[in-house]
Design a binder for this molecule. Structure first.
Ligand code: NAP
Length: 280
């Protein structure tokens, strides 16, 4: 694309950022969606976070993403939070409207949108979330907001599963939240299982996070690990006849939901996904 004086600038702040796929995702999307903008990654050390936010305001940058280690620490510098960011206490997207900064969190919503695009039912369903880290927290909270009936959090560190379970029960009404260590019993009554751990991620690509024989065939199997695109967990699930959902779609959705917030318009996502899959 040709950069002109009218070209908008959007960015990611975090540290380190050399492996971030965000510039590729956003610039591909700006190209496909014909948005006159460019996106770059700016490494910001923790001690410069406040200065960076002031700089963003001074330069009137209209929107930016936030990643590790600033997702929580950015909050005091913002003027307002949306419901999801408020419930999670973490922000990944900021919109700048005339110097007023509003924080959002699109991580969980990106996953919910992916499920909807695959016609996977969420409301009133029973879901197993494997993991209790940052991604599991965002996904579990979004599932709770979307109205799932029950969430079972399975994690090797049981205290973290209990903390997340308590937090969801505290913040969302009318939901059952349970937690357990791995594979204690049969899980035949669950409708959806999501791997939110790094198990199966390259170079550990032969590992699987859960014994699929414990699930019923009607259970949808999702993995948020996107390297490899189709993890061993998903390959095995497919061979057993389960519907499967790959993680790259979540990564792209959460990024493109940020664009929708910044630009106040619907962004075409399928074409962006197709283009980016070519590079995987
Ligand atoms: P995190 O906060 O560090 O949490 C890691 C989770 O994985 C914890 O629950 C941890 O269990 C568990 N875990 C790690 N290694 C394990 C092992 N060998 N055995 C059992 N459990 C293990 O990380 P995160 O940010 O949540 O990210 C988790 C994964 O999701 C990463 O692979 C990341 O690349 C991927 N991700 C994908 C997307 C996407 O858009 N598709 C978005 C975010 C993250 P303990 O609590 O016991 O340590």
């Amino acid at each position: 694309m040709k950069v002109k004086s009218s070209t908008g600038l959007y960015c990611l702040i975090g540290n380190p950022l050399e492996k971030s796929l965000s510039p590729d995702i956003h610039n591909t999307s700006f190209d496909i969606n014909k948005v006159d903008a460019v996106y770059t990654a700016l490494e910001v050390k923790p001690e410069y976070l406040e200065d960076a936010v002031k700089g963003i305001k001074a330069l009137n940058i209209k929107g930016f993403n936030v990643t590790i280690p600033h997702k929580v620490e950015i909050i005091p510098y913002l003027d307002e939070l949306d419901r999801e960011a408020n419930l999670l206490g973490a922000v990944n997207t900021v919109k700048n409207v005339n110097g007023r900064l509003k924080g959002y969190n699109t991580d969980g919503k990106g996953f919910i949108e992916l499920l909807k695009s695959k016609r996977v039912k969420v409301k009133n369903q029973k879901v197993i979330v494997i993991g209790a880290g940052g991604a599991a927290r965002a996904i579990a909270m979004s599932l709770a907001i979307e109205g799932v009936k029950e969430i079972l959090i399975v994690n090797r560190t049981i205290e973290k599963a209990r903390t997340l379970s308590d937090e969801i029960k505290d913040k969302v009404k009318d939901i059952t939240v349970k937690y357990s260590l791995k594979s204690e019993k049969e899980y035949a009554e669950y409708d959806l299982i999501i791997n939110c751990t790094s198990i199966g991620m390259y170079p550990d690509a032969e590992s699987v996070p859960f014994d699929l024989s414990l699930l019923s065939k009607s259970c949808t199997v999702a993995d948020i690990v996107y390297k490899p695109l189709k993890t061993k967990f998903l390959q095995l699930a497919e061979s057993r006849g389960h519907q499967t959902v790959e993680g790259l779609g979540m990564l792209i959705n959460q990024a493109l939901l940020s664009e929708e917030i910044w630009l106040d318009k619907t962004i075409e996502k399928e074409l962006v996904l197709k283009e980016l899959v070519k590079g995987f």
